[in-house]
Design a protein around this ligand. Structure first.
Ligand SMILES: NC(=O)c1ccc[n+]([C@@H]2O[C@H](COP(=O)([O-])OP(=O)(O)OC[C@H]3O[C@@H](n4cnc5c(N)ncnc54)[C@H](OP(=O)(O)O)[C@@H]3O)[C@@H](O)[C@H]2O)c1
Length: 333
């Protein structure tokens, strides 16, 4: 972001340093580089990652940084979305050593323009408006890989999604329903459980109440074929307990920190598989987008803020009051 080298300037949100609040500033536009396209951002969306970066709790920190991994943007006359997982590499099983996520270390989408590798750009689903299209990328591909590519669900199986108010979790609910699964959820708030049930979840419990796993066991006495979890922490041991024999658990996040007190017998005797899952390859993203288009899936947009008001959007994510994606409206083409 060295002013001397560039001519055009643009509005953007920057995180100036560790623990500093997001700031709306004018910065030089990055020039187009080989293999990259410059997109004109119409809308972008927050992920928990942006908050971790703001708080300095993320690997490979660098400041100042323009955060943001998701966007609905214009490329010439085309309306596009992007796979925020860049340079995945050749192995579908795991990302290669050049893999990175848009928005750190490369500047991200919380700006009027963003530079993105051409291979990561896809047509925006026609049934989604700009705010909805901006909301699908990172959370959607993460949920798709964790649930579909890693756990390989079979219609009729029973799925548990933890913390359904989260961006990835809500997509896991929607994708699970689209795959013909019976989906149960956990959340901290009764109103979020009610919304998930209105969307098609078969039931749910509040993880904020004691003995929540016993209540869940009462609802689903023979347990879950698949569990998709982004919290981990001490409660992960309860998820292992809730898995059916032969069950699969996908872990995509670690908001709750280290897992503890897992009873090994509940893993090996039940032949439970635990899959780590991160973001998604181009194959995952294309598969996710095909599902979105085929089933006409619409992301749940919690709220929309103007770009200059990003601070309020960050606050909303910190509050955990959201149900679905928090979107930023950028000035348009
Ligand atoms: N590996 C990857 O590629 C990848 C990709 C995306 C995200 N992540 C990680 O996954 C996590 C979630 O990301 P996000 O963007 O979806 O976050 P988000 O939209 O901010 O949602 C976080 C959610 O965590 C849930 N939660 C909080 N405490 C919980 C608990 N004790 N048990 C179960 N759930 C709990 C809450 O659910 P309720 O609101 O229902 O209470 C909250 O909404 C973050 O740690 C993020 O860094 C990883």
């Amino acid at each position: 972001m060295e002013a001397l080298f560039y001519f055009y300037r643009m509005k953007a949100i920057i995180l100036p340093e560790k623990n500093a609040r997001p700031s709306y500033v004018e910065v030089p536009e990055a020039p187009k580089s080989e293999g990259m396209e410059v997109l004109t951002v119409m809308a972008c969306a927050l992920n928990h990652r942006d908050l971790w970066i703001m708080k300095g709790q993320y690997a490979g920190l660098k400041y100042p940084i323009i955060p943001g991994s998701d966007a609905c943007a214009a490329l010439g006359s085309k309306r596009v979305v992007l796979n925020p997982g860049l340079f995945w590499g050749a192995d579908e099983c795991v990302q290669g050593k050049h893999f990175q996520i848009l928005g750190l270390p490369l500047d991200g989408t919380f700006a009027e323009k963003v530079n993105v590798p051409a291979e990561n750009i896809y047509p925006a689903p026609k049934h989604l408006d700009d705010m909805e299209a901006a909301a699908i990328g990172l959370a959607g591909v993460t949920a798709y890989r964790a649930l579909v590519s890693r756990c390989k669900p079979v219609p009729g199986e029973r799925l548990l999604v933890t913390g359904v108010g989260g961006g990835v979790a809500l997509f896991a609910l929607q994708i699970g329903l689209a795959c013909g699964l019976e989906v149960h959820v956990t959340s901290s708030r009764p109103e979020k459980l009610a919304k998930a049930i209105a969307m098609g979840a078969a039931g749910g419990v509040l993880y904020s109440t004691p003995e929540w796993e016993t209540k869940l066991k009462e609802q689903c006495c023979d347990g879950f074929d698949i569990i998709v979890d982004g919290y981990a922490g001490a409660s992960f041991a309860k998820l292992v307990q809730l898995a059916r024999p032969g069950g699969r658990i996908a872990v995509y996040g670690g908001t709750g920190g280290k897992m503890s007190d897992i009873v090994p017998q509940q893993i090996f005797w039940k032949q439970v598989s635990i899959f780590g899952s991160t973001m998604g390859s181009q194959t995952d993203f294309a598969g996710f987008l095909a599902l979105v288009n085929e089933k006409k899936l619409k992301p749940v947009v919690d709220s929309v803020y103007d770009l200059h008001n990003a601070e309020a959007a960050f606050q909303r994510m910190e509050s955990q009051d959201q149900f679905g994606k928090i979107v930023l409206r950028v000035s348009g083409k």
